[in-house]
Design a protein around this ligand. Sequence first.
Ligand code: HAM
Length: 417
Amino acid sequence: MNDILGADAARWRTVLGCTREVIESYGYGEIWLPLLEKTELFHRSIGAVTDIVEKEMYTFDDRNGDSLTLRPEGTAGVVRAFIQNGLHRAGPQRLWMSGPMFRHERPQAGRYRQFHQFSVEAMGMEGPDIDAELIAMGAALWKRLGIDDALTLELNSLGTPESRATYRAALTDYLRGFEDALDDDSRRRLGSNPMRVLDSKNPALADIINGAPQLPDYLDDASKQHFDGVRERLDALGIAYTLNPRLVRGLDYYSRTVFEWVTDRLGAQNAVCSGGRYDGLVEQLGGQATPAVGFGLGIERMVALVEQAEASDGFAPQVYLAALGEAAEAQAPLLAEQLRDHGRGLRVQLNAGGGSFKAQLKRADRCGAAFAVILGDNEVQTGQATVKPLRSDAAQETVAQSQLSDFIRERLRGDSP
Ligand code: HAM
């Protein structure tokens, strides 16, 4: 459990602010929920035979003798609140909450006992469009935070409880053939939750796990169609993903789509954002049948990636302004001021001491800027500037000076102008 101080606290503020803005730009509304819930809620939602419920919860009896637990995740509480407040009556809901979660895990870099999540949940919508929307929201957030190159998307479908039962039976049969070779944990799970055996990190079991039947081969037709729908939408949005048939997630409430945004920059703790559909959970907890899908976002991991990106970025200018010719040299300082004023913190370095086009571009490259903005006599006459990307093969473009700061901001975020 960490104190968050000084520069870290400032970084948290930025990350929390950006994340809120992105989530709300998709029309999700904030809710606040208690840190404590009845212990039973987590048994019935996350599942009794999961690491979280078996080993990781902070559970105690209060003065009335009621068993309470510090929430280990957000979804169970959101569903409890959805049912208790009759929110289904208001039609589909797009909700988010954030705050501390508690799991008594073995601490290591990126894994804490008090950690913080955003929990984003879409209630009452069954189509693949909403799954794709949530994934797209993640992609937009990574761009906004400048960490999109650190994250890749893994995708799987768990099908319906029925198709999963067929798969479970096949998997159990297969694993029983290796019962003697399994470790204690896996042997125990074989009877209660065989899919969790596939999550085992024990290298001695790798061959057995690799040869196991795969879930996608057991999907029912409707789940297959749903999954195709998610994939088509991601393709249309230009969001790349890897299919991972072994992605089963560590909580029991999932059905159909599951996904994780993972990174290779944080050591063993590679999941930054994980989620999926949980179409049966509302009904299972006593509410009216309501399809739902959502994700949990690990704030510590997101902040760590932002910190790494800042460290590699340093304070290099983002724009190097090159000016060629007398008229351009006279106008360049004004354009630089305009960019700094309107560019909301844009770091602009102005060429000093003249020099040929080649010499100025060399300086631009050396200073680490992402773009060279080139101003020649021609551009001065037409009120334009040429923008040359220095860190990609993208073509240079000519932009009206009045649009320049917006254009560069968008490009720095990775959006198309
Ligand atoms: P989860 O995969 O258990 O899913 O957690 C979501 C995210 O929380 C992880 O991807 C990770 O970034 C972060 N996280 C989890 N445990 C720790 C820890 N000990 N220390 C630091 N970060 C951690 C859920 O919690 C689901 N409720 C997600 C969800 C929402 N599914 C549907 N809606």
